[in-house]
Design a protein around this ligand. Structure first.
Ligand code: PBG
Length: 336
C-alpha cells in the first residue's frame, strides 16, 4: 500500500520546467569577472597549468575584451607580467608599466567594460613577495623584525601610489590582494586625495595562504623566491579571523569584499554574506580550475556540468560575483 506521505519534495522535481521554476540560484555571464594575464614584452604565451589561458601581449587585450563583452561578461581583472623586476616592484607604479598600458588599450576599445586592477607587488618584485621586504642595508630595514619579513607600512605607501597610477590609466576597480594591514584605508585615502573618489575598491579581504595558487604563480611568474606568504595571508583553519578581516576592510571603506579561494571556503563566503550588506565576491582560483580540468581530461568528471556545479555552489553560498578562469567558457555554456 502507498504511504500517505504528507511531504513529497519530489513533486517539485518531476519535470525540468518544474525544476526551473523553483530553482533558487542562477548563473549569468554578468556574474563573472574574467582574469587576463598581460605581458609587457614578447608574444602570446600559453599557460600550460591553466589550459585555455595565455599571457597576452598588450596589443591583444582589446580583442579579448571585445569578445568577452559580446558574451555578456562585464568585468575583467588584469594581472601584469612586467618587463623588469626590482626589490620595490617599481613597474607597478609606472604609468607606462604593463597594466596601465593594457588598461588604456582596453578602455579605448571597450569603454564600458569594468576594468579591475589586481593591486599587488608580487608580480613586480625580484623577491616575489607582495611589497617591501626587510633587508639589511635597505633604508626601510627594521632590526626588530626578521630578515625577509614583509614590511607593512612602507608597503602601504607604494600601494596607494600604484593605485592612483592604475586609476589614472582607466581602472574602475582597484583590487588589493596583498593582505597587508590597512591596505584598503591607505588606497582609499590615496585615491580620494588624487581625485578618484569614484574609483571602487574590491578588497581581497579574506585571502588564505592556500596551496591552490600554484598555476597562477606560473602564469604570473610570481612565486616567492624565499619563504612563503603565511606571514600575511590567512591560516586556512580560521573562520572567526576571516570575518574579522572582512569587517575590518568594510570599515576601512571597501566597496566589495572578496573571499579567496572559493570552493574550499564556502563556509567563509556564507559567514561574510551574513555579516555585511556589501557585495561579496569569491575567487575560484587557479588550482581549483586546474583540478577540474585535469580530472575532466581523464574523463573522471564531466566538464561543463561539474564546472557549472561549482559556480552555482559558490553563488549559493552567498557570492554575488565570481572571479573564475571558466568565465569565458561558462558564458558560452550558459548562452548555448
Ligand atoms: C597576487 C595574487 C595571487 C592570486 C591573485 N592575486 C597569488 C598569490 O597570492 O600568490 C592567485 C590567484 C589564483 O591562484 O588564481 N598576490
Amino acid at each position: 500500500m502507498t504511504e500517505r506521505l504528507i511531504e513529497r519534495p519530489r513533486r517539485l522535481r518531476r519535470t525540468e520546467a518544474l525544476r526551473e521554476l523553483v530553482r533558487e540560484t542562477r548563473l549569468a555571464p554578468s556574474d563573472f569577472i574574467c582574469p587576463i594575464f598581460v605581458r609587457a614584452e614578447g608574444e602570446r604565451r600559453p599557460i600550460p597549468s591553466l589550459p585555455g589561458h595565455a599571457q597576452l601581449p598588450v596589443a591583444e587585450v582589446p580583442a579579448k575584451a571585445r569578445e568577452l563583452w559580446s558574451l555578456g561578461i562585464r568585468a575583467v581583472i588584469l594581472f601584469g607580467i612586467p618587463a623588469r623586476k626590482d626589490p620595490y616592484g617599481s613597474e607597478n607604479k609606472d604609468p607606462d608599466g604593463v597594466v596601465p598600458r593594457a588598461l588604456r588599450a582596453m578602455k579605448d576599445a571597450v569603454p564600458e567594460m569594468v576594468a579591475v586592477s589586481d593591486m599587488c607587488f608580487c608580480e613586480y618584485t625580484d623577491h616575489g613577495h607582495c611589497g617591501i621586504v626587510n633587508r639589511r642595508g635597505d633604508p626601510h630595514y627594521d632590526p626588530h623584525l626578521p630578515e625577509g619579513y614583509l614590511l607593512n607600512d612602507p608597503t602601504l605607501e607604494l600601494l596607494a601610489q600604484a593605485s592612483v597610477v592604475h586609476a589614472e590609466a582607466g581602472a574602475d576597480v582597484i583590487a588589493p590582494s596583498g593582505m597587508v594591514d590597512g591596505m584598503v584605508a591607505a588606497i582609499r585615502r590615496g585615491l580620494d586625495e588624487a581625485g578618484f573618489a569614484h574609483t571602487v575598491v574590491m578588497s581581497y579581504a579574506t585571502k588564505f595562504a592556500s596551496h591552490f595558487y600554484g598555476p597562477f604563480r606560473d602564469a604570473a611568474e610570481s612565486p616567492p623566491r624565499f619563504g612563503d606568504r603565511r606571514g600575511y595571508q590567512m591560516d586556512p583553519a580560521n573562520r572567526r579571523e576571516a570575518l574579522r578581516e572582512a569587517l575590518l576592510d568594510a570599515r576601512e571603506g571597501a566597496d566589495i569584499l572578496m573571499v579567496k579561494p572559493a570552493l574550499p571556503y564556502l563556509d567563509v563566503i556564507l559567514e561574510v554574506r551574513r555579516h555585511t550588506r556589501l557585495p561579496v565576491a569569491a575567487y575560484q582560483v587557479s588550482g581549483e580550475y586546474a583540478m577540474l580540468r585535469a580530472a575532466a581530461d581523464r574523463g573522471w568528471v564531466p566538464l561543463p556540468d561539474a564546472a557549472l556545479e561549482t559556480l552555482v555552489a559558490i553563488r549559493r553560498a552567498g557570492a554575488d560575483l565570481i572571479l573564475t578562469y571558466f568565465a569565458e567558457e561558462a558564458a558560452r555554456w550558459l548562452l548555448s
